[in-house]
Design a protein. Sequence first.
Length: 427
Amino acid sequence: MEQLSYTYSNLLECITYSDLMDNKSLIDYSARVLASKSAQRKAAEKSFLEDGVKEINISGKKGIKFKTIEDKLISRLLVRNIKKSYKISRVNRHDIIKNLIINLKDGSPYNIARLDIRSFYDSIDFKVLLDKIVSDGKVSRYDINLLYKFKDSLDQKMISGLPRGISLSATLAELCLQEIDSFFLKEKDVFYYSRFVDDILIIHHGGKITKQFITDYFSSHLPGNLTLHEKEKLAFLNIAGARANINDDKTQIDKVDEIDFLGYNFKIYNLYNENDHVFLSLNRKIHVDLSIKKIHKIKVRIIKSFVAFINSNKSHDDFLLLNDRIKFITGNYPIRDPVSGIKINSGIFYNYQYKNVSFNCSLVGLDNFLRSILFGSNNIFSKRISNSLTIQQKRLIAKLNFKSGFYMIRFHTFSYSRLKEIKECWK
């Protein structure tokens, strides 16, 4: 087996931008080298996680963080080795959505199954997973010992399953579903299969792949205590074949099916889009917008931002923080990693770039919601906001809106420390 050794040069490559922001001394290259050499010694002495882990709360659920930079670096190199051994590639949400839209535009009849695994991380039996890794023989004995030390540190905190907050948990969780992924990706009746963590979507043409077959297969092949969500998180749709849009044909009934996946809402029509075709073949009409759940999350962030301001001293600095929070929510911003030099753009456009509905869309509703908070007088919350902000301050915030953030790709720049401050009230 070909794996990376725990040398300081390999460990040095595992230092990230967040490490520099958490520990400003690491901005100096020589300090990063010292930290990497210290991690190398710790790995050689087999003292990984000798101080245990720190338990934290992440959105009301148990998570952990490593207490030392050395443990962080060792765990990240361990992640690289596991990914290399099991050929785990990074799944990109944007690529998933792009390919999904291409397949949804197919004009032939098809079926869609959307599934979700209940309490995914919490329900994973780490002991069973460790036994599988040992049995597979793909990971070195040294790395397996590191995994056992990781499990011991979780047992000391009485944490069941895999904890949130670290990349090691995410990588180990991927191993639980590789067999299921492989089956559906190879199945001839399935022409699209995608999984993003615990969210799964399958497009198929029937045959043996029926609703019953899918649910039975997952029930029998999900390892340990893993089970599928039911009711609203489990959806099966039969999509009719698309037809030409003939306005004067009263006998035809327009049918629209709807499904949410990875923060998007997809409306699937039984009509062809006359303005969208590949060569001479028309594509099915598909409308893509933000999902209801995502819209609700954005509204909650807006409300929490104003609540934080109301509960503050309402100083000029407090207002600037509120304004930056609304800038962050409605606009876009770049993040540059000083270690790798890579710049990543994020925000309302970059996170939902495949949205293709403009009339009466989610962004219009969000803009109306923001304005109702600023200028409304029909509820106690808006009245409190009105009494806390001057007319000039309201107008300044009102200049920020989702439509310009999306369609004009309006950018704002924040330092890493400011980003942490902005996000603080949303936890």
